[in-house]
Design a protein around this ligand. Structure first.
Ligand SMILES: Nc1ncnc2c1ncn2[C@@H]1O[C@H](COP(=O)(O)OP(=O)(O)OP(=O)(O)O)[C@@H](O)[C@H]1O
Ligand SMILES: [Mg+2]
Length: 369
């Protein structure tokens, strides 16, 4: 799976750009404020229908204009191509197209262009709050287990209903017990999917960390499922029913799950330097790409913003080597071309683009990926 062609209209400082000639490894370089992150934002918009930073279209649309549009062509791994299009307007309107036909759900785009992002916001995986880590976990499970997404939707429905039942008076007891049973069943399944995924993810992450930061010692990834692991979910819900009633919401469950990285037993966010944190984040993201490749025979596309910042040349090279070995398509930015020009095993697979004042110029271009 590879992005072959990208049209960008009115995304941040890029008024109009038509980019072709992508390789497997695509380096965008240019001065601060030239538009490198904006190119990655445009690809993110194409795959996720939103910015890295959140759901609002305001930050994506060029100042003073009403909408932005991205269109792209993705080559499928067997044969054939998929065209994707996303238009977002300040008014809130969102229009998605797959093969020229309107698409209803963002999940349809995600299927065609699964993205992994490594940028400044990724530090939230270590230093942010649990939702960032749950999102990371869900991304991984979603892409290797097709039953996960419908189950996740069912769980959201059940917990909403149960919480609304909990906030009502005793008359709602029967209804509450129905929703509790549904929730217990759905939550247990979600957790099983996550646990299976995690069992595959954790050793890959450890192996990556041994290569990226061998001097670090014992790095461990742990999954907290969101309730006492000695109990089934139905038991945990029964144990907290009284207090859930008092508080008016469901206190335990997959909605409280979290991931924790420890170094020699200490929380990574407490002991690691900024550069080391970045390498751990790269390890987490690379492990997901490996797993998707191994389980599904599919690659995701990596958007890596400003890899050299915070990393010394040796560690930057290690991350590049891992990205390279993964075989995924990579869109990566840096300020100086030399920072990322020679890190790759196959120069023929590298395309270089210079970005200046919102204009993107291909320097080394490929006929076809
Ligand atoms: N909505 C917007 N409309 C127009 N311009 C914008 C908008 N949002 C940001 N910009 C401007 O677009 C320019 C490019 O921003 P971008 O973040 O892509 O730069 P960059 O090349 O990644 O820079 P850096 O090296 O500092 O990360 C900046 O000057 C920024 O102020
Ligand atoms: Mg940038």
């Amino acid at each position: 799976m590879a992005l072959q062609h990208l049209n960008i209209h009115r995304v941040r400082n890029i008024q109009s750009a038509s980019l072709t000639g992508f390789g497997r490894l695509n380096v965008f370089f240019g001065e601060n404020g030239s538009g490198k992150t904006s190119v990655l934002e445009a690809i993110h918009l194409l795959g996720m229908a939103r910015s890295f930073r959140g759901t609002s279209a305001r930050t994506l649309i060029s100042h003073g204009l009403a909408d932005c549009v991205v269109q792209g062509t993705v080559a499928r791994s067997g044969s054939g191509r998929t065209t994707l299009g996303v238009q977002r307007a300040l008014s809130g309107e969102l229009s998605l197209r797959v093969q020229g036909a309107p698409a209803k759900a963002v999940s349809e785009l995600v299927e065609h262009l699964p993205l992994q992002v490594i940028n400044a916001d990724s530090f939230a995986l270590l230093t942010g709050s649990p939702p960032a880590r749950r999102q990371y976990l869900n991304w991984g499970v979603f892409h290797v287990e097709h039953r996960f997404f419908p189950e996740w939707q069912r769980f959201q429905r059940c917990i909403k209903q149960r919480n609304s039942g909990l906030r009502r008076d005793k008359l709602a007891d029967r209804e509450l017990s129905v929703w509790t049973r549904e929730l217990a069943d759905s939550g247990q399944r979600l957790n099983d999917f996550r646990q299976d995924y995690f069992a595959d993810l954790a050793p890959r992450f450890r192996a990556l960390m041994e290569r990226l930061l061998p001097q670090l010692g014992d790095v461990e990834l742990r999954l907290r499922q969101g309730w006492d692991k000695r109990l089934s979910y139905v038991e945990a819900l029964a144990a907290t029913l009284h207090s859930d009633r008092e508080k008016g919401f469901t206190q335990v469950g997959p909605q409280r799950a979290d991931l924790k990285v420890t170094i020699e037993g200490r929380a990574a966010e407490d002991v690691l330097s900024r550069g080391q944190q970045k390498l751990v984040i790269c390890g987490l993201k690379l492990a997901q790409g490996q797993l998707m490749q191994e389980k599904m025979g599919r690659q995701c596309c990596y958007l890596v913003d400003d890899l050299p910042s915070e990393l010394d040349a040796r560690h930057c090279l290690r991350v590049c080597e891992e990205l390279d070995q993964l075989g995924a398509q990579v869109f990566i930015t840096c300020v100086e071309a030399a920072d990322l020009a020679d890190q790759w095993s196959e120069p023929a697979e590298v395309a270089m683009f210079h970005v200046e004042h919102g204009q993107v110029t291909a320097l080394v271009q490929h006929e076809q990926v």
